[in-house]
Design a protein around this ligand. Structure first.
Ligand code: ATP
Ligand code: MG
Length: 383
């Protein structure tokens, strides 16, 4: 509210818009607060002391106020859309109504002023009361302008347990192929939100029904994967790594890493999920195997098992981790350098083998984790 007040005091209009208004009206937790203003970006920057040019060419300036970051976007219209994904030009305007017109769904095209009154030119509140997701304007045209909106529509079905209004539904059915023009990273953001939604079991079949599935990397023709997901308990699947692990378990790719790379996911996530997938069916572990695999991966594997079967042995495995005298290699009281010094030998493949043997000897309790004992053990093994 102070952010809005400052803009108003400077003589501009300012409103809450988008998801924060929608979610407030639905009494749901708000994800992020988007603010729309009649001030042009340069004017916004004059009103606030701490600003960042996050997307200034689209009119978005981020503002740091009272320790929080708020995105402030100038009222704008979008010029023509040549390639189904982004406007050729963005035009800044001073009219709120024109700005609301370019938004995707009626429930996302409501503004709220500082005094709490709503500007809702497309009947968003009525659609929300009827649990309907309705495109603003002519749905066919709106999906031609930006095909990502179709994926967002199904994402909102999952998050809100709403239905797609008939004309909106039909327009997606007719235009789903346009999704091939959309950057996979943007599709992935919506897909993850869809997977997290309460009505994910309603939304997943829609991906098939509406012809969206072929435009999700590795999922073309893979209705079987959706059917598998439908049988699983996805209620606890919320963090991004678990979501992708569960998707991989459903898709059963020969090579998980290739599947995940097609989605352009971060390398660490790809490594973590691929590692868990390779060991997904493992239930019997030696102490040493647990140690080298690591607690995070074993936890992920067990989460995957729980989602699929309702059964997990995580508690027992966790207890074994907790009993280990060392939690990671860095806890072991000898480094590769120490071993080279003790033996007078230069590094090489032998050292890696020896370090692995050392880990095993310590984890299995054959020797104590003290430099003296390790030194004695190293000399004995080398000789
Ligand atoms: P969330 O709660 O996930 O943030 P959101 O609806 O706020 O949902 P944002 O991506 O934050 O989604 O977008 C903010 C607002 O910008 C939307 O509510 C909508 O009004 C508008 N918007 C976002 N993406 C599009 C799009 N592709 N086409 C038209 N309007 C969009
Ligand atoms: Mg938002």
């Amino acid at each position: 509210m102070p952010v809005l007040a400052k803009l108003e005091q400077a003589g501009f209009e300012a409103y809450f818009v988008g998801g924060s208004v929608r979610d407030t009206l639905l009494r749901r937790p708000v994800a992020d607060i988007d603010i729309a203003t009649s001030a042009f970006p340069e004017e916004v920057k004059q009103v606030f002391t701490r600003t960042f040019d996050t997307g200034i060419e689209h009119g978005t300036v981020s503002v740091l106020e009272a320790g929080e970051i708020y995105e402030i976007t100038t009222f704008r219209t979008e010029g023509t859309y040549a390639d189904f994904r982004r406007p050729d030009e963005v035009v800044f305007i001073r009219s709120l109504e024109k700005d609301l017109e370019r938004r995707d769904f009626t429930m996302n095209a409501i503004a709220m002023g500082l005094d709490g009154h709503f500007i809702d030119p497309f009947g968003g509140q009525q659609d929300m009361a009827q649990k309907q997701i309705r495109a603003v304007g002519v749905p066919f045209e709106r999906f031609h302008e930006d095909a990502l909106r179709m994926m967002r529509g199904v994402r909102f079905v999952s998050q809100l347990c709403f239905d797609l209004e008939k004309n909106t539904y039909d327009a997606i059915l007719q235009n789903s192929e346009l999704l091939e023009n959309i950057a996979v990273e943007r599709i992935a953001v919506e897909f993850v939100k869809l997977m997290r939604g309460e009505a994910v079991k309603v939304a997943l079949p829609l991906l098939h029904e509406l012809g969206i599935l072929p435009f999700l990397p590795g999922l073309k023709g893979r209705n079987d994967a959706l059917e598998r997901l439908d049988k699983w308990d996805l209620a606890t699947v919320k963090d991004e790594t678990t979501i992708w692990f569960v998707v991989v378990l459903a898709v059963q790719p020969v090579n998980a890493s290739i599947f995940l790379r097609a989605w352009k996911l971060p390398n660490k996530l790809i490594r973590d999920v691929t590692k868990a997938y390779a060991l997904a069916e493992k239930t019997v572990w030696s102490d040493y195997e647990l140690f080298v695999t690591g607690m995070d991966t074993v936890a992920l594997i067990e989460k995957g098992r729980f989602v699929r079967t309702g059964i997990t042995v995580w508690d027992a495995l966790y207890a074994r981790f907790a009993d280990f005298c060392v939690q990671s290699r860095s806890d072991i009281k000898a480094t590769g350098n120490d071993i080279m010094a003790w033996t007078g030998k230069k590094g090489g493949p032998w050292l890696k083998v020896l370090l692995a043997q050392l880990d095993q000897a310590i984890i299995e309790g054959d020797i104590a984790n003290t430099p003296e004992e390790i030194k004695g053990w190293v000399k004995h093994v080398i000789s």
